[in-house]
Design a protein around this ligand. Structure first.
Ligand SMILES: [Zn+2]
Length: 473
């Protein structure tokens, strides 16, 4: 008798508090289905368990009255993969931050170093640059700076590099990362090998192209190279940061990508909402002729990230041998606006902060699109911006369980004030949290609550690709 009543009580308690967490009364916006309506969302065991206009109860209820509730943002281009960077990502609404351009090698130790410790979900491609640096004994860090830059790989070395990249894919990496411009001696035949490998493994090549800018060899022939490689091998292709490569040729590049897609090629692209890029001053990007390749810029258009100072011929020569991050003011504002207005362009940050130094895109990319380009400039609608931050990158990755508000999807969610959401990071002061993200959930766990970071949680998981082609964690 007592057992029966205890069981009755237990089942009543479960029914009354059906969910681990409920987000109540929010304006739910789901670009995948087009739904834009007031709904409650029930979360159970890290997944979306119910979506309804009827009231729900849970152990925790977050009141989202007056807020937009959307899938968490997926950043396809996030070099910053440290606790510091993850905090800025979370405050910017990013629930999945992926290092796809440079990638990593070896893959297993990189994942192991983050598992159980990360604020947001993480993942990486199998990187050609790190593999090449290891095989050719380059002394660089994130990017190569000597042996891999200065000489071509021998046939034996190329085989070894290819094997390392292949092993990375077999270890679960999310695709192949190629930074062609950073290793200018890499041949077109070698690059074609990586597209063949991607096609064989049914995955995507994420590429920083061989050249940028208007002067030939420039962005157009660089884009022709990778589109041709994609067409001839069948590998899908994602072209990173199209605005910083295309500069004034960006509209033409987007036309080429659109044409390739219309003819059945799987080619996608991305951009960040800033008029400057950033890279290592010690890298091959600054070899002889860099001014013309960057569209005709000068020393003064370079800003040393460590101090914020603008460079001169003298400081350029002093800093280059040492290397270090430099901001490149090279992208016209109207080009940024056109990219934001173009439905082909996904939003991705290319961000990295180290000790608070870097480019504001690491902290502000997603809220800057929502505040500046959606709310202030009407360059794109809110639903369209959300599409390019959520379901579009999820589809690029083959991730069926992310980027959507659907029962069974991972409970990576944001709730933000659309009237107030904005970036605060600047070139002078890049380590400023964005404002307006009220709640951010990663796998059902709040990492931002009431607009501030939650301490002591690490719900982020590593995303890995399986041999079948599916991505899971
Ligand atoms: Zn790049």
């Amino acid at each position: 008798m007592r057992i029966v009543s205890a069981m009755l009580w237990l089942s009543w308690a479960v029914a009354a508090q059906d969910f681990d967490l409920v987000i109540a009364n929010g304006r739910m916006m789901d670009p995948a289905s087009g739904l834009d309506a007031l709904r409650n969302i029930g979360v159970r065991r890290g997944k979306i368990a119910a979506i309804s206009d009827r009231s729900m109860s849970g152990r925790v209820t977050l009141d989202a009255r007056g807020l937009v509730v959307a899938p968490g943002f997926i950043d396809l281009h996030s070099h910053g993969q440290t606790p510091e960077n993850y905090r800025f990502k979370a405050m910017d609404g990013v629930t999945t931050a992926l290092e796809m351009e440079v990638g990593v090698s070896p893959v297993p130790s990189w994942y192991a170093g983050r598992e159980g410790k990360a604020l947001v979900n993480f993942g990486a491609t199998s990187g050609h640059l790190p593999a090449r640096m290891a095989v050719m004994r380059d002394s660089g860090g994130l990017l190569p700076r000597d042996h891999a830059v200065e000489r071509a790989a021998t046939p034996d070395e190329q085989r070894e590099i290819l094997d390392l990249v292949r092993r990375g894919l077999e270890d679960g990496a999310l695709g192949i990362g190629l930074g062609i411009a950073y290793v200018p001696r890499v041949s077109r035949a070698e690059i074609l090998d990586f597209f063949r490998l991607a096609a064989e493994k049914k995955t995507t090549v994420y590429v920083h192209m061989r050249n940028g800018g208007p002067v030939e060899p420039g962005v157009l022939d660089a884009l022709q190279e990778v589109i041709a490689d994609s067409a001839s091998t069948g590998a899908s292709l994602h072209v990173v940061h199209i605005t910083s490569m295309g500069l004034r040729e960006t509209p033409l590049c987007l036309e080429m990508i659109e044409g390739a897609r219309r003819r059945g090629l799987d080619v996608t692209t991305e951009a960040y909402p800033y008029t400057a890029g950033m890279t290592d001053l010690g890298s091959a990007i600054f070899s002889e002729g860099w001014q013309a390749r960057q569209g005709g810029i000068t020393f003064h258009d370079l800003q040393w990230a460590a101090t914020g100072e603008r460079l001169t011929a003298a400081t350029f020569s002093r800093y280059r041998p040492e290397g270090g991050m430099v901001i490149i003011h090279s992208i016209p504002e109207e080009i940024v606006q056109q990219a934001m207005a173009n439905p082909l362009v996904m939003i991705a940050s290319d961000g990295i902060l180290e000790g608070g130094k870097g480019h504001p895109r690491a902290a502000g990319t997603f809220t800057r699109v929502l505040g500046r380009y959606v709310r202030e400039q009407h360059a794109l609608t809110l639903m369209e911006a959300l599409r390019r931050m959520t379901v579009a990158p999820a589809e690029r990755l083959g991730l069926a369980g992310k980027g959507r508000l659907a029962v069974g999807a991972d409970a990576d969610l944001v709730a933000f004030d659309a009237a107030r959401v904005v970036d605060r990071a600047t070139f002078e002061s890049p380590a400023q949290y964005s404002e307006g993200m009220v709640y951010v959930l990663v796998n059902g766990v709040p990492v931002v609550r009431g607009g501030t970071l939650v301490e002591g949680v690490a719900p982020g998981r590593g995303l890995r690709r399986h041999a079948t082609g599916g991505v899971e964690h």
